[in-house]
Write a protein that binds this ligand. Structure first.
Ligand SMILES: Cc1cc2nc3c(=O)[nH]c(=O)nc-3n(C[C@H](O)[C@H](O)[C@H](O)COP(=O)(O)OP(=O)(O)OC[C@H]3O[C@@H](n4cnc5c(N)ncnc54)[C@H](O)[C@@H]3O)c2cc1C
Length: 259
């Protein structure tokens, strides 16, 4: 349950940002993750009135507000057409429809959770986060940045021509993933993300020449990440699954599989 002494409905990004500079204050996204904690916060900062709940699309990019729900992204025609259904595939396993209706992309990306399907999917695309103070930062850089008190306003995905696919492996449907894999193949390079290792998603980028020998690429790329054990799987098992998922996900980039 979210416990707080005070609640503020922010009327501007500046107000939300300023309030968030105090260590005991917290921004609320969809409150899906926060409510699992036991911490007593001083002020809960509600950013739902800042107009950050739209997806805007033009010929060059998608601008996704931080308060857009995962369900809205999952159902967005433009994003699914651009990714040939990969975005939907990455989100549809997360808990259930009602949950995805409430949790936000801002909370998901800000959280940089190890198990995050959301981060694993967006990190292989030409994606950027928009921070109130920090400005525009490539997502793969943001993923490595330490947590600070900035306000995430949204995410931009440029429509760089890519063939994209997503796979995850779960012991049981709707559980946290044992491993996630996203692949994006551009004109001259391939980017592969592996997440839930169980640490957060990271990427490897290579020339598309590696696709001449997919088995070799899958093996070498899988081995280039580090893996650890937890209650869901051993590190050794994860490495094995990574090799299989990389190979299969490359094959899926040729298929429209998400609708
Ligand atoms: C039981 C459970 C199972 C889950 N399973 C999966 C899964 O299988 N795959 C997966 O990818 N995800 C999973 N998730 C994570 C989920 O998809 C969301 O990523 C998570 O709930 C955070 O989103 P939220 O909107 O609820 O954020 P909140 O809980 O509201 O916030 C999370 C954090 O982000 C901060 N924050 C929120 N918005 C902003 C902002 N705009 N700017 C700055 N900071 C901000 C908050 O202060 C907080 O620290 C699971 C979560 C739960 C609770």
């Amino acid at each position: 349950m979210l416990r707080c002494n005070d609640y503020v409905f922010a009327i501007s990004p500046e107000e939300a940002y300023e309030l968030n500079q105090k260590r005991n204050n917290v921004i609320i996204g969809g409150n899906g993750w926060l409510k699992m904690g036991k911490r007593q916060w001083n002020t809960a900062i509600d950013i739902s009135g800042l107009g950050l709940d739209n997806i805007e699309e033009n010929s060059e990019k998608f601008d996704i507000g931080a308060m857009v729900s995962l369900r809205d992204i999952e159902l967005h025609k433009g994003l699914n057409s651009y990714t040939k259904g990969a975005v939907k595939e990455s989100l549809r396993h997360i808990v259930g429809t009602q949950f995805r209706n409430t949790v936000t992309v801002g909370g998901s990306i800000y959280g940089r959770f190890g198990f995050s399907d959301v981060l694993s999917m967006f990190i292989v695309m030409d994606s950027y986060v928009k921070l109130h103070k920090g400005g525009i930062v490539p997502l793969h850089e943001f993923a490595k940045m330490p947590y600070d008190n900035d306000l995430l306003l949204g995410i931009t995905v440029k429509k760089t021509p890519l063939k994209i696919a997503y796979s995850s492996f779960r012991n049981q449907s709707t559980d946290f993933p044992v491993l996630t894999c996203a692949v994006a193949i551009g004109e001259d390079k391939i980017t592969t993300a592996i997440g839930a290792r169980p640490s957060k998603a990271d990427i490897r980028t290579d020339s598309i020449d590696v696709l001449k020998d997919i088995e070799n690429y899958a093996r070498k790329t899988a081995r280039s990440f580090n893996y650890e054990s937890n209650m869901r799987a051993s590190g050794e098992y994860r490495e094995h699954i990574a090799e299989v998922l990389i190979k299969r996900t490359i094959e899926k980039t040729e298929v429209h599989y998400g609708n």
